[in-house]
Design a protein around this ligand. Structure first.
Ligand code: ZN
Length: 204
């Protein structure tokens, strides 16, 4: 199976049905905002879900659920039918004003300069976003070449790269890529040397 670094179908299906905790929904919405392939997959999954549900309890899913989700993603004018300005690869850098996709800007109340960072040591910073429920969404700022802070996983963790890249074992995750790990994984991602890495991570 090719590595797509895309949110998996199970999570996308839960997202489209409105069954994901808010923190994880935010990460999915942000990846969908950055990547046309994620938006296309959401549309495909919604078509499948509609076919399966046909003849089932008509109240099980509202017709407009996915449309509403996609409209929300596209709503603030950055996603539309085109992707955010994303780096085509090195040495392109993310324009400062466009680091945060629209769904995240809505939580921050502005762009990257509006983030209220708190130091977590070794030059790393984080900002916890206000979401409901027990899951947490946080922005992470990791200086180029530095390790992500030590952390365990009490459950699912989904990390979306917004600027720069990080390496985890043999895999590289760049802007628009999501790494999904569960509680069985121990890992120490390291920010790429080229640029400070900014991510959003949702955790249980
Ligand atoms: Zn982790």
């Amino acid at each position: 199976m090719p590595v797509t670094h895309r949110v998996n179908d199970e999570i996308l299906t839960d997202y489209a049905a409105g069954n994901l905790p808010e923190a994880f929904s935010l990460v999915v919405a942000a990846q969908a905002s950055l990547r046309p392939d994620v938006r296309a997959r959401l549309r495909d999954l919604d078509a499948v879900g509609g076919a399966v549900l046909e003849g089932a309890d008509p109240a099980a899913m509202s017709d407009g659920a996915l449309d509403a989700v996609l409209a929300r993603i596209a709503g603030d004018g950055i996603a539309g039918d085109g992707p955010d300005p994303a780096p085509a690869g090195p040495p392109a850098r993310t324009a400062r004003c466009a680091v945060l996709p629209a769904p995240i800007r809505a939580y921050v109340g502005g762009g990257i300069d509006a983030v209220q960072w708190r130091s977590i040591g070794m030059g790393a910073k984080q900002a916890i976003l206000k979401t409901s429920g027990e899951s947490t969404a946080r922005l992470l700022y990791i200086p180029a070449g530095s390790q992500m802070p030590d952390h365990g996983h009490a459950g699912l963790e989904m990390t979306l790269v917004l600027q720069g890249a990080f390496l985890d074992a043999d895999e590289r995750f760049a802007r628009g890529d999501v790494e999904t790990v569960d509680e069985d994984i121990e890992h120490t991602p390291v920010a790429d040397l080229g640029e400070d890495c900014i991510c959003i991570a949702a955790t249980d």
